[in-house]
Design a protein around this ligand. Structure first.
Ligand code: PBG
Length: 324
């Protein structure tokens, strides 16, 4: 007796495999994180993120034109703030002539159709490296939300299409949405980092922006990675408060959460494959222990297969080059 049903028939060669393939990556899937710094002609490699750079605005201009030509149409901006401009209240975050605000304008001038999203959190602006105001060693919620709201308005005014609050304070989506409506920014969207876990995978990012917390950790606002139900609660609340897109972060270790949220909600789901995930692949590949491109593609397809409609990834450029 031989089996009548042979699953291997559908795996015989690349033609049949590609005919029945369920998940296909395209440049449309990606959101490209970009780090900006002050200066001119600056293209600094980030030590713990090989082949990833901080750009000054003149170089950023070239970079986004290249991305656009490759079919990458959305960017997520992060600004590296010089130490002397940091304080407890993230005052510089509200500066209409601040680096982030100028970066938004630079991208829009260079490439008007490029979708510009901005990270809204004040850890890069905070002398404590926290995402909120510190009082007596604690991160206070409501006063921080006020500043995050001002920051969002400032980004909208500079021309951001979407603001992406990554701070995990309670109630910030509602506050930001109301302020945007009140000020007439009705078309400015919100991509909420909804299920953002307190993760050790953010290490290289904090090197990139010099934004590591000066004391303690972020466990009183970012989520405990042992939790599942909480992720759904956070996401549903953000949608109720007015989020257009929700995000889960990090990626690979959290694909169970991605699928669960994808099954629950009716808004687009974004996944952030974070700096530590990028660094791990680069390091193993440098040692010759893993095949860089193969592992990269496997991870990105897995993220999409799990339910991501949007993938924020430092691999966006490499992956799209490989897609051809
Ligand atoms: C800012 C922010 C962080 C990341 C995105 N926005 C760092 C953090 O929360 O500590 C991490 C991204 C990455 O690791 O790639 N709040």
């Amino acid at each position: 007796m031989y089996p009548l049903k042979r699953n291997r028939r559908l795996r015989t060669n690349e033609a049949i495999r590609s005919l029945v393939r369920e998940t296909i990556l395209s440049p449309n899937d990606f959101l490209v994180p970009l780090f900006v710094v002050e200066g001119k002609g600056v293209r600094q490699e980030i030590a713990s993120m090989p082949n990833y750079y901080r750009f000054s605005l003149d170089i950023l201009e070239k970079e986004v034109k290249e991305l656009w030509a490759m079919g990458l149409k959305s960017v997520l901006l992060f600004a590296m703030i010089p130490e002397h401009l940091k304080d407890n209240k993230g005052k510089e975050a509200l500066n209409p002539k601040g680096l982030m605000q100028r970066a938004i304008k630079t991208v829009k001038n260079a490439c008007p159709e490029m979708l510009v999203m901005t990270d809204v959190a004040f850890d890069p602006y905070s002398s404590y490296g926290h995402d909120g105001i510190v009082e007596d060693g604690e991160i206070v919620n409501d006063d921080s939300v006020e500043i995050l709201t001002g920051m969002s308005l400032s980004h909208a005014e500079a021309g951001a299409d979407f603001v992406a609050p990554s701070d995990m304070m309670d109630g910030r989506i509602l506050s930001i949405r109301e302020a945007l409506e009140d000020e007439g920014y009705t078309n400015t969207g919100i991509m909420a980092y909804s299920a953002k876990y307190a993760s050790a995978f953010y290490g290289p990012f904090r090197d990139a922006l010099d934004s590591a917390p000066g004391f303690g950790d972020k466990k009183t606002y970012q989520m405990d990675y042992a939790n599942r139900f909480e992720a759904i609660k956070e996401t549903e609340m953000d949608i109720d408060e007015g989020a257009d897109i929700v995000m889960i972060k990090p990626g690979l270790c959290y694909l169970d959460i991605v699928r669960e949220i994808k099954n629950e909600v009716d808004v687009p789901v974004a996944v952030y494959q974070v700096s530590g995930e990028y660094a791990m692949v680069k390091a193993a590949a440098e040692k010759g222990w893993l095949d860089h491109d193969a592992v990269m593609m496997e991870q990105l397809v897995a993220i999409k297969r799990a339910g991501a409609n949007i993938i924020a990834s430092y691999f966006a450029r490499d992956a799209v080059k490989l897609l051809g």
